[in-house]
Design a protein. Structure first.
Lengths: 199, 199
């Protein structure tokens, strides 16, 4: 059976980078954007749409014209969301079956619960997350500190809702994870080397 | 500067054992009961009384006749509590200064915050804590599952109050720790070897 590490992370905590570097250190596969691409390929939905669905609770107002343009079902948005979730679960299970890997987000900890993955939760204090978001901000993003703090809170709120919808559990609850890692004032690269030693 | 590991732990999570074994693995000092004994020695209060004060919020009803029998102060219980806290902080700082060590409980994470210790929080799910408490129960303890669950909740509630009183922070908040470790279904001995690799 393959060894799987799942990473749930607060926005701005560096969890994605930690996951990528951990996979590099351990020389195992890393899945993140690949999952979006694969869902898009299999469902013929756009990657942009899949990404939006992934991080939102179902039935939040989406522009449903993105992706397919014709819907035979009475509630097409709901159906499309469900398609994304089902495909996502299937792909995550396939990836975890194929080889050792690190999977970021997407409730992989819950989807793979029978495989007993090592479930990490990565978090940091608000100021540290703000700094990290500033450093990694896309070119042209000119948010004030206040706006950026709000953005971080909103994204985490959506992650929490999405997790709760799919799993019935509280996203930030320690009990859903084996190890919770505080990245405040940490250099992610150094932290990844240290965490890799656990394996 | 010495390397210090502080351990906060839920009752029944095996945090104390993890601390002891971690100190053994790393061949560094381990402080727990030693702190109680040292406070008792320096203050002439009984160990039993010191232990009771340590895990309670101040001014909860104590039998104040334990320990000294004469009080010149208008509020002797409060004074005695404060004496214990002050002595405790002093001893913890001395121990951390002396050599590398593991310190269990007693808000050491907060008392030593300027030394930047590695702050661990050890937790587990309720059923796992119940099982561990059963295994380690003192001879003659005949609590029902319901009573034992209540005892676990009460002890953790006191730890949380004590922490909040001394630090102004929430005991179970991940942000107060560098690493939170879930011991559910884990063998503490094996876990300690794994965690020791982080150092």
């Amino acid at each position: 059976m393959s060894r799987v590490i799942t990473i749930s992370r607060e926005f701005g905590s560096g969890g994605r980078e930690l996951g990528r570097r951990l996979a590099e250190e351990l020389k195992i596969a890393y899945y993140d954007q690949e999952i979006v691409s694969e869902i898009a390929r299999r469902t013929a939905l756009s990657e942009q749409y899949v990404r939006a669905v992934e991080e939102q609770q179902p039935m939040f107002s989406f522009p449903i014209h993105i992706g397919r343009t014709f819907y035979p079902a009475p509630n097409p948005a709901w159906e499309q969301h469900m398609t994304v979730y089902q495909e996502q679960s299937r792909i995550i299970r396939e990836m975890a079956e194929k080889s050792d890997c690190v999977i970021v987000g997407r409730c992989a900890d819950y989807i793979l619960r029978e495989k007993k993955p090592l479930r990490l939760f990565v978090y940091a204090d608000p100021e540290s997350k703000l700094r990290r978001c500033r450093e990694k901000a896309p070119a042209g993003e000119n948010l004030t500190d206040r706006e950026l703090r709000q953005k971080i809170r909103d994204i985490d709120k959506n992650r929490a809702r999405y997790y709760e919808f799919l799993t019935g559990k509280t996203w930030s609850d320690k009990l859903n994870y084996d190890l919770c890692i505080n990245t405040t004032d940490q250099v992610i690269k150094d932290l990844a080397s240290v965490i890799a030693r656990l394996f």
